[in-house]
Design a protein around this ligand. Structure first.
Ligand SMILES: NC(=O)C1=CN([C@@H]2O[C@H](COP(=O)(O)OP(=O)(O)OC[C@H]3O[C@@H](n4cnc5c(N)ncnc54)[C@H](OP(=O)(O)O)[C@@H]3O)[C@@H](O)[C@H]2O)C=CC1
Ligand SMILES: Cc1cn([C@H]2C[C@H](O)[C@@H](COP(=O)(O)OP(=O)(O)O[C@H]3O[C@@H](C)C(=O)[C@@H](O)[C@H]3O)O2)c(=O)[nH]c1=O
Length: 285
């Protein structure tokens, strides 16, 4: 199988480049080869590569910047996936795409299921939602994995931010009233590869009556402050930690207060993912 992988410099893309190797020939493209802001280039590269599967972890992920850089966020997170879906459909290929817990408003304190009502609070979440909808409407065979609070040992993420700040500061002040599930980039990539391998071995289509959408996140939940405490403990770093409220840490983009994802659909059909704390231990180990 020939796989076109986007965003190979990102947290998830980097891991996917390794995890997908067993599935076929992986053609990994970064921004210099395929700029998602250039929709003609997206089309041209897909037509030149002629993949049987497109895996698209590339995205505009700067949540605060997206509030003022709206047009570019929508081009990359909504329009480019729509082009990928149309091109994949024309080639008879399938599309694997990633989305976010930030499509939810976070007003309900219950883990969200795939078909629960959405209501993004910020531009990033709204642009990702539009990308999901464009893919679903295109009729291309697809899988969309919504994940949350992605971290790993490379790229820009909360884990690395905390490790850096803990060295620079005497105390960390971290919001303790936003709830979600930190998810290791490697878990996402390995689970994607496992699901694709299972689907191929079983001869099943990758999408079904549920519409190809799965929540793919660690089990359990915490707050950003709880995540920070776990990072400090697992890394053996002593640093004072002060829980604060969202109001005490104003940012351009509002975040959902409760965005833990219910992963039972993934669990019933494919696999049970590890607890977030266990995955963090493995990542830092
Ligand atoms: N990070 C998170 O906390 C979460 C992420 N997600 C979703 O998971 C997926 C993977 O995210 P993650 O790996 O963390 O993201 P990263 O921010 O780590 O990586 C984003 C990738 O997209 C690429 N990219 C951005 N703009 C363009 C562009 N114009 N053209 C081509 N490539 C571009 C980046 O390239 P470059 O290195 O050149 O900038 C990078 O490779 C995304 O769909 C994201 O929305 C979902 C929930 C949480
Ligand atoms: C650095 C820092 C952050 N915070 C807060 C701000 C924010 O509410 C929370 C998370 O911070 P960040 O801005 O790093 O995380 P954020 O960019 O909101 O992370 C999100 O990224 C996108 C791409 C997603 O899809 C989401 O799932 C989620 O992972 O922590 C503090 O309270 N103190 C601090 O010192």
């Amino acid at each position: 199988m020939k796989i076109l992988l986007t965003g190979s410099t990102g947290q998830v893309g980097y891991e996917l480049e390794r995890s997908l190797q067993g599935l076929g020939e992986v053609v990994a493209v970064d921004r210099t080869r395929m700029d998602l802001a250039d929709l003609d280039q997206v089309r041209d590269v897909i037509r030149a590569v002629r993949p049987q599967l497109i895996v698209n972890p590339a995205a505009y992920t700067a949540v605060d910047k997206a509030e003022s850089d709206t047009e570019l966020a929508y081009r990359i997170n909504a329009e480019a996936p729509a082009v990928m879906a149309a091109e994949a459909k024309a080639l008879g290929a399938a599309l694997v795409h990633y989305s976010t817990d930030y499509v939810f408003s976070g007003h309900e304190a219950q883990p969200r299921r795939e078909d629960d009502p959405v209501g993004p609070l910020n531009v990033y979440g709204a642009s990702k939602l539009e990308g999901e909808r464009a893919i679903a409407a295109s009729g291309v065979p697809h899988l969309i994995f919504r994940t949350s609070w992605v971290y790993g040992m490379r790229g820009k993420n909360f884990l690395l931010t905390v490790l850096r700040l803990a060295k620079e500061r005497e105390e960390l002040r971290i919001v303790d009233d936003q709830h979600g599930a930190p998810t290791w980039s490697r878990t996402i990539a390995d689970t994607t590869a496992l699901i694709l391998a299972q689907a191929r071995a079983g001869g099943q289509p990758w999408w079904d009556a549920n519409g190809g959408m799965y929540h793919l996140a660690s089990q359990g939940r915490t707050t950003w402050c709880g995540f920070t405490q776990a990072i400090l403990e697992e890394a053996g770093i002593a640093c004072r930690l002060v829980p604060i409220t969202t109001d005490q840490y104003p940012l351009p983009a509002p975040r959902p207060q409760f965005s833990a994802l219910d992963t039972s659909r993934l669990q019933e059909r494919f696999v049970l993912l590890p607890e977030w704390r266990e995955a963090l231990r493995l990542c830092l180990g």
